[in-house]
Design a protein around this ligand. Structure first.
Ligand code: SF4
Length: 316
């Protein structure tokens, strides 16, 4: 570790947003790592399963194991094949199919199994809970309203098993529904604020309906969003590390920008432009749930380097 400033941002040393000792040198930048941040238990588990597979060439990953290009490239270099998660018509050629943490519909699972494929299931338990909640609501006679992104693989995996549903990604999507019972569930990575706004709009526009709200947003998402929100008053800019198609990373970026803080979405340290931080004294560092620790460290060290610190992350 090079200085007290670095120590103040290390796990187990001090709260992430603790005051840091001013640094020497011109244009010193404090880098405040948000905690918690980065990879979640569901993604870590899926990666561990993939890493333990001895013959990756016999496995097709159904979509992207994580929405992170660095990890995707590593998996492909090991020989894993991938298939487009949106294409339900073509069967993978390999005997084994790996279902990602985002899950897969029961309908699609049955077709794969009927074709003799062995399924390696890494669905996150929280995604499975969402799936089961939506099915239970439908079985109880509710029209399911799923708050989330209609094109996201997790959402597709849920709605493929439903016959009575609508997907709402914004308050403007909320309508007046003819159903007597409306059951609301949320994609696991939806911002709690947005879910609450949509939930209220549904109630306001459907005063005669019985509305049931099941909060299926995962804790990892909630905690990361709250943590980044907490440091915003103390920073001049935020860097969020994660894949461009990672929903929860994009939500973190959007949250910071909505609060008026200049926010830069990077996939790796190579994306950093020093000009972004010309007038900054303090920069917050956050990452999505599919961003590995190694990538976060590299970005942290690159930011510290900009402030002329000799960055060292120490033990994490
Ligand atoms: S973000 Fe949440 S729901 Fe998605 S894999 Fe991670 S823990 Fe599971």
């Amino acid at each position: 570790m090079c200085c007290k400033a670095c120590a103040a941002t290390l796990p187990g040393k001090a709260p992430a947003a603790a005051p840091l000792t001013p640094l020497s040198g011109s244009n010193p930048i404090r880098v405040v790592r948000v905690k918690p941040t980065g990879i979640c238990a569901g993604v870590r588990r899926a990666l561990r399963v993939a890493e333990q597979i001895d013959h990756p060439e016999t496995v097709t990953i159904h979509g992207q194991l994580v929405h992170n290009e660095v990890v995707q490239a590593r998996l492909q270099s090991r020989g894993f094949r991938t298939c487009d998660e949106g294409d339900g018509t073509r069967l993978p050629e390999t005997p084994n199919v790996l279902i990602t943490a985002h899950g897969l519909s029961d309908h699609r699972r049955r077709s794969l199994q009927a074709a003799g494929k062995r399924l390696i299931d890494t669905t996150c338990p929280l995604v499975r809970r969402l799936h089961q909640t939506a099915l239970a609501l439908q079985a109880d006679g509710y029209h399911v309203l799923l708050i989330g992104r209609p094109d996201h693989v997790e959402v597709l995996g849920i709605v493929e098993d439903l016959s009575s549903y609508d997907v709402l990604s914004d308050v403007a999507d909320v309508g007046t529904y003819p159903h007597r019972r409306l059951g609301i569930v949320c994609q696991t990575t939806v911002p709690p604020r947005l879910a609450e706004e949509i939930h209220l709009a549904i109630r306001m526009r459907n005063l005669r309906a019985e509305v049931r709200f099941e909060n299926t947003i995962c804790r990892a998402t909630r905690d990361r969003q709250r943590a980044v929100e907490r440091i915003l008053p103390q920073v001049d800019a935020v860097v969020v590390v994660g894949g461009r198609n990672s929903n929860n990373t994009c939500e973190l970026v959007e949250l910071c920008r909505r609060k008026g803080v200049p926010t830069h979405h990077v996939q790796s340290a190579d994306d950093i432009d020093p000009a972004w931080f010309r007038d900054c004294r303090t920069v917050g560092l956050s990452a999505g749930t599919s961003t590995e620790e190694q990538t976060i460290r590299e970005v942290y060290e690159a930011l510290c380097h900009l402030s002329r610190q000799e960055a060292s992350f120490g033990r994490l």
